[in-house]
Design a protein around this ligand. Structure first.
Ligand SMILES: Cc1ncc(COP(=O)(O)O)c(C=O)c1O
Length: 375
């Protein structure tokens, strides 16, 4: 049963699952408690944070554990906004809703928000970024590693453009850790968001790496956890499992990239041979891209119907659309990159993982041929 939806979520790694289970069973103390059981939990938490920080190239005091990637994005964006509500925020039209809708919310409250355009490959317009930057810009928030079409942004150009201003940079790198190591210190940005369930870790663990804890306000008030930037009893078992998943991801980067890239190439080659009319939306195979994401538009077809039919064949993919009651609206990302009308309504995202094989792709192309011929 081909599962081509790793960009939506991944199956937890068996070692991460074991760590989750063992920690929940054995280290059940509250890290804030002052007795032995609590101290044991706090020790494990500090040790695990140090290990995660070493993998991500930051200090452990720069790691804020959140409940999701969405929350990490909100904390960076709303947290900076709250420090400087009069200042400008900049983002792009190809962001995940976790950022874009946060920006739109702040805009509805009166914030000065600029939303940058992108080209047909999903790359944000650097000239527009340069033009939008003012001395009064507080934050530029950009997705590096697009979850819908896979675009990897030109980070050097973004960082060089922003560095002469006082603006902080936030990168949504939620889709990245399976394919690239992240070195926060080397990147020279101010915030990075991550989410464990995108790299075979558990659901419900997000991470915000923040260069300077004084640069943003908290969103969740309460106790002193996470350096008073995110109150709430820590999800220690989730953190330990996240560390294990991250270690496994880092061990397998080369294999993951090569495997996903070869599956992507094979998929396109088989599609070409099949005679099916399609467009590859966003970056092409040799462009900077996440190797595991292909967004394919099927000419004059309906994506919801197509995904339903594929589901009947035991093939699991995501729509390039968002449901709006009875209407299917093409995704904001596909609209932003100007996918032609004939293809935008029939766009599906295929996102590959380590468990997928060429046989899965053969099966999928055969199913697509049957479904489209019978249409
Ligand atoms: C690029 C990107 N950012 C943020 C998120 C939100 O992460 P979470 O599902 O942990 O809230 C996702 C999840 O799809 C994503 O792909």
């Amino acid at each position: 049963m081909p599962y081509f939806d790793t960009a939506a979520t991944t199956k937890i790694h068996p070692k991460a699952l074991q760590a989750l289970h063992d920690t929940m069973r054995d280290v059940y103390g509250n890290p804030s408690s002052l007795h032995h059981v609590g101290i044991e939990a706090r020790k494990l938490m500090n040790q695990t944070k140090a290990q995660i920080a070493a993998l991500l190239g930051c200090d452990k005091r720069q790691l804020i554990m959140t409940g999701s990637g969405t929350e990490a994005n909100n904390l960076a964006i709303q947290g900076v906004y709250q420090k400087h509500p009069e200042k400008r925020l900049i983002t792009s039209r190809v962001e995940h809703h976790a950022s874009l809708n946060t920006m739109r919310y702040l805009q509805s409250k009166g914030a000065d928000v600029v939303i940058l355009p992108a080209d047909e490959k999903g790359r944000i317009d650097i000239a527009a970024l340069s033009e939008a930057l003012t001395v009064d810009t507080s934050l530029v928030s950009i997705i590096y590693g697009n979850n819908e079409v896979g675009t990897l942004q030109d980070l050097e150009a973004i960082i060089n453009t922003v560095k002469n201003s006082a603006a902080l940079i936030h990168l949504d790198m939620v889709q990245v850790p399976l394919h690239q190591a992240i070195d926060f210190n080397q990147l020279k940005v101010d915030f990075i968001s991550l989410s464990a369930h995108k790299f075979h870790g558990p659901r419900g663990v997000g991470i915000l790496i923040a260069n300077d804890l004084a640069s943003f306000d908290r969103l969740i008030h309460g106790g002193k956890q996470e350096y008073e930037k995110r109150s709430g009893t820590e999800n220690l078992a989730g953190l330990v499992a996240t560390k294990v998943a991250l270690e496994e991801a880092y061990k397998n980067h080369t294999d993951n990239v090569n495997h996903s890239q070869s599956l992507s190439e094979y998929f396109i080659q088989k599609l070409n041979d099949s005679g099916i009319e399609y467009s590859l939306n966003g970056p092409q195979l040799n462009d900077p891209r996440l190797p595991n994401i292909l967004n394919i538009g099927f000419k004059d077809l309906d994506a919801q119907w197509l995904s339903f039919e594929l589901n009947q064949h035991g093939i699991y993919v995501s729509l390039g659309s968002a449901c709006d009651s009875s209407n299917i609206e093409p995704s904001h990302v596909l609209k932003a990159i100007h996918v032609p009308e004939a293809y935008i309504h029939g766009s599906l995202r295929f996102s590959f993982g380590a468990e997928n094989t060429k046989e899965d792709i053969d099966m999928t192309i055969d199913a697509l041929k049957t479904i489209i011929e019978d249409a």
